[in-house]
Unconditional design. Structure first.
Length: 176
C-alpha cells in the first residue's frame, strides 16, 4: 500500500546528504533523521488509510487499544497522555472525538472524585477489534520487512527512546 507516492527518479534524501556533505560536512545523522521523519509521514498516512473505514486515526486507535489493555477499561486522562507520550491537550482532543463517536465515555474518577477517566464502551471494543484485524492483516504497513529486521529496527529506535529519557533502560523483556 503506497500512499503519497512521489516516484522520483532519485532519492531526495540521499541527494540532500551529498549536498550537505559538500557544504557542511558529515551527513549521516541528518540523512538518518530525515529518513525517520519521512518514514513517519509514510506510515502515518498508510495506517490512517487502513483505519479510515472505522472512523479512526492512528492516535485515536492507540488510545482505544490502551483502554482495552487496562484492567477495568478505564484510565485517567493524565495516564493516557503519559502512556501514549502525548501532551494533555492532545489527549483531551482525542477523547473528545472518541466520546462523540460513542467509543468512550468520560466519568469521574471514583478514587478521588476530581479526576476524569475515559472508559471504553462496548462499541469502542468492537471497533478496536475490527480495526486491529485490519492493521494485523496489513502487518501495520511494514510488509517490506522480515521479522528479524523488524526486531532490529525496534532495538535501534529503542536506543534513541532510552537516550531521550522515555523510560529506564532495562534488558528487553524485563518488566516491572
Amino acid at each position: 500500500m503506497a500512499t503519497g507516492q512521489l516516484n522520483l527518479p532519485f532519492d531526495p534524501i540521499e541527494r540532500a546528504a551529498e549536498t550537505w556533505r559538500a557544504r557542511f560536512g558529515p551527513s549521516s545523522a541528518m540523512a538518518a533523521v530525515t529518513s525517520i521523519m519521512r518514514a513517519h509521514q509514510i506510515l502515518l498516512a498508510q495506517l490512517d488509510t487502513l483505519l479510515k473505514p472505522y472512523d479512526l486515526t492512528f492516535a485515536r486507535y492507540e488510545a482505544l487499544v490502551l483502554l482495552t489493555f487496562s484492567k477495568t477499561g478505564a484510565l485517567p486522562l493524565s495516564r493516557i497522555g503519559e502512556r501514549l507520550m502525548v501532551h494533555p491537550t492532545s489527549v483531551t482532543n482525542t477523547v473528545d472525538r472518541l466520546e462523540r463517536a460513542g467509543l468512550v465515555r468520560r466519568m469521574r474518577n471514583p478514587r478521588d472524585g476530581r479526576g476524569v477517566l475515559a472508559e471504553i464502551t462496548d462499541g469502542g471494543r468492537e471497533v478496536v477489534d475490527r480495526a486491529t484485524g485490519a492493521l494485523m492483516g496489513a502487518d501495520f504497513a511494514m510488509t517490506m520487512y522480515g521479522e528479524a529486521e523488524l526486531k532490529q529496527l525496534f532495538e535501534l529506535l529503542r536506543t534513541l527512546r532510552v537516550s531521550a529519557g522515555d523510560f529506564a533502560d532495562r534488558p528487553s523483556g524485563e518488566r516491572d
